[in-house]
Design a protein around this ligand. Sequence first.
Ligand SMILES: [Zn+2]
Ligand SMILES: [Zn+2]
Length: 615
Amino acid sequence: MYYYKVSLLKSNAPYLVYKSDISIDIGSCVQIPLKSKTKQAVILQEVSKPSFETYPIDEVLLYKYSQTQLDIAKFISQYYFASLGEALSLFIPNRVGCCPSTTPSITINPPTLTPPQQKAYNQIKSLDTSLLFGVTGAGKTEIFISLMIDSISQGKSAIMLMPEISLTPQMQQRLESYFGDMVALWHSKLTKKKKEQILEGIYSGKIRIVAGARSALFTPLQNIGLIVVDEEHDDSYKSMNNPRYNARDLAVYMGKKLGAKVLLASATPTPSSYYRYEVVKLKEPYIKTDKNYQFVTGSDITPLMIKYLQANYEKGMQSLVFVPTRANFKYLYCSSCGKTHTCPYCSVGMALHRNHKLLKCHYCNYTQAIVEQCSFCGASPLLSNRIGTQEAIEQIKSAIPAIEIEQFDKDSITTPTKLKKALQNFSLGKSQILLGTQMLSKGHDYANITLAIITGLDYVLGLADYRARERAMSLLLQIAGRSGRAKHATIVVQTQNQEFFSSYLDDYEKFLLDELEFLKMANYPPYSYLARVLISHKDDTKAAKMTLDITTKLKEFDTIEIVGSGKAPVEKISNRYRYNILLKSSQRVELLKALHSIYSPSPSLQIDIDPVDFS
Ligand SMILES: [Zn+2]
Ligand SMILES: [Zn+2]
């Protein structure tokens, strides 16, 4: 008889031991009986006969996790605080006996690179992990394609990650024009049938390139030679559910593990990536564009903006209008200098809790009475209102009734079909304005946009987030990059911080260097490591007690700093009361050690390593 330690898939249960009268390979998927049900599990290791009674494994399935998948899943479970079963569930295993033995050698004509592209490409070739820092329209995609062709011609495969919203039919056509049916697009909204088709292609070795959102990282491609992470600054790479991994960071880890080249890319890279990786610059824009920035004040759609929109409409041109996401919180900002009231300890905006008549810092939980005067310039009043997409549309429509507006936010773009439809209407000229939130800033090409209006940028700049400046700056440049790809464009920026933004418009690298100085002074990543402990319970008292107990235990570790502990910014979600503890340390290992000492798998406790969201 054989005894095996198994991990239950999609479960945070501890390891279990089952028996079998046949020998089973490590990594094999099996069916096991559990509490009168049948569950799927993965064979981890053979063990000696335990002292307790064990049940026999029902069936050995035809799927098997590779040793590398097992190793990476172990890392995910340790680093991101999830069970091995949860980590393994991210991956799609290989089919037994279906690994392609020979890879056909294929010749694909690479795109012609311009001298700056060629230079960047050569540099990337010599580096294991690098960051391609290139302005929008500089032609990063041709470089990705050239690298993918290299990988394929060496008999290897390649993964290209991009934010889900960038997986457009245009992107598909572009990739297919080089790789034909060797490339597949992979994302969360694929039908089950389509997924099976793609997997069939991967198993048979026909599909060698998977382009997709973060889950593309877990497809069963063999012999991966290249992982590209486009738009590496995008927060959608971070999973908001257990395991709370960051696909960009994991790509770098996997690259090292698999001996694959990793290329991160962005026009507005994060200060962390810029700091951590070798930077390859691609500065020369492929298509030279001419942008005229206009800075305006105010706090919603102003008559001046209407005038701009009207004029553009009459010229038969199209416009973009950005409205900041309606977050859960409001912030107090100065009507005169535009600065947000910030926490004296954390340098982040303090949120307004009107029903409690106070201001609160969501990092350290410092509270104070609502202030009336700006602490920077002494002016009053301080304002807090912001309009949403709906109100903005109404205001524009009432001024220019004939104009057609495409609403572009999470409320209206709920399916890929709706996304396609909105973009189609716009590209066919059926609508003249694309109005929306952060979604606007993500990888779409429009030739006809000659006006972009960015409202409420100071709101983004004042968010309760140590990355607020980065978010605001990158948003401005990303949106500006969507307009006037081929023509002259006007970018109207509503901010009272003109000095801040205008000094970086032509030089994001200068911003990165200044921002790294700020992060160093305030001791935020990449100069420290952050983690967030999230506690939730239906019983408020129990949640509060758990938080207190965990905080007390964590205080014993003198290598970590407890930034704050108490009620989470969003105090209640689906009837569960939420508390959080924010931790910081200069040593990653020490932070993990402290957290492992308090962690046990439980629906009430989640640990978020390298958090990007603090609500
Ligand atoms: Zn002020
Ligand atoms: Zn604070």
